[in-house]
Design a binder for this molecule. Structure first.
Ligand SMILES: [Zn+2]
Length: 337
């Protein structure tokens, strides 16, 4: 759980925007709340793992020589209406703000692929700074949404750079970072990779719903995927990341306008690092749309495209916040429809 401490929020910040953010609806009282403080609120989630500061990484060695590390950069909890769309689509942000039901703590996974041609990081997770006063307020509007509708439990030891060093991987040796999207819990470790080439979704950069662009590293000059024709089932287009044709960026828009995933081919099996295309594989199997979604139609189409892939080829499906992703990775368990 978080070791950070917080000062109370400033009531003067309340405004019309606070309606969207939920502050005036009494959901959490308008404060930016750490995991410890959250425990004092009746509706807020309890701390995930008392007395345990870190979930250790999971490492899998594939027959091809590729190694995958699952690194969990702490926990996030959201409103139930954030995790799953309820009510009117057009009123989804209000539904989230009004919801007093919280999810359990969910993992914030990142993925590190040690490939013969280089080290690739998929998402950089959350930073422990997320619970520091003012961190999200560099963008006052987006900050209100974060402060009122999400809870984080992230220690400095949870951060991706600290965990990479513990694995004897120097973050400066990482050659490629692919961001599935730029929500805070996916981009908090961007500055840990000064030597990397970054791929971010073109439609989400430099601004988009939930993007804290104020925390982009200085001299941040990311690239965008160039999608060309592919033979991946369901995906007419993909961006090849490696010359040997086993690692791709695939478009999975909807959760954000440009949301993208990463696909690794290992023999006849695929591994899909799916970001927030869905919150878990149950949502993939049942075509359940999240409540925090930029475009519902695109999100549904992306899930159906992923279903085509999963139907046609054994695919280990790994969303960021699925508590079962790490087990499926360890057991190379393909999702069955
Ligand atoms: Zn997201």
């Amino acid at each position: 759980m978080s070791q950070d401490t917080q000062s109370p929020s400033q009531p003067s910040r309340r405004s019309f925007l606070s309606l969207i953010a939920g502050a005036s609806l009494g959901a959490v009282g308008g404060g930016f709340v750490t995991s410890q403080a959250a425990q004092t609120q009746s509706n807020a989630p309890k701390a995930p793992v008392p007395n345990i500061v870190q979930v250790p990484p999971v490492t899998v060695d594939l027959a091809s020589g590729v190694k995958i590390h699952a690194i969990q950069t702490g926990f996030v909890a959201v409103k139930q209406a954030h995790r799953q769309l309820v009510g009117l689509e057009a009123a989804r942000l209000l539904s989230i703000a009004a919801d007093t039901r919280w999810t359990d703590w969910m993992p914030i996974n990142t993925w590190v692929i040690e490939h013969p041609q280089g080290i690739i990081v998929v998402d950089t997770g959350e930073t422990s700074q997320i619970n520091s006063p003012g961190y999200v307020d560099c963008d006052p509007v987006t900050g209100l949404v974060y402060r009122n509708n999400l809870r984080f439990a992230v220690t400095p030891q949870d951060q991706i750079d600290a965990q990479l060093r513990a694995l004897d991987i120097d973050p400066t040796s990482v050659g490629t970072v692919v961001q599935t999207h730029l929500h805070s819990d996916h981009m908090g470790g961007l500055s840990a990779f000064p030597g990397a080439e970054f791929f971010v979704p073109e439609a989400d950069y430099p601004a988009g719903m939930g993007v804290l662009s104020c925390h982009f590293p200085t001299r941040f000059t990311p690239r965008f995927a160039q999608f060309t024709s592919s033979d991946i089932p369901g995906f007419a287009q993909a961006h090849a990341l490696m010359s040997d044709g086993d690692l791709f960026i695939i478009p999975t828009p909807g959760h954000s306008m440009g949301h993208q995933s990463v696909l690794l081919r290992d023999g006849t099996r695929n591994y899909v690092f799916a970001g927030d295309a869905t919150f878990d594989d149950v949502q993939l199997r049942n075509v359940v749309i999240g409540g925090i979604v930029a475009d519902v139609g695109m999100a549904r189409a992306s899930i159906q495209t992923l279903q085509t892939l999963v139907r046609e080829q054994p695919t280990v499906y790994l969303p960021t916040h699925d508590p079962d992703s790490r087990r499926r990775l360890q057991q190379a368990e393909a999702t069955l429809l």
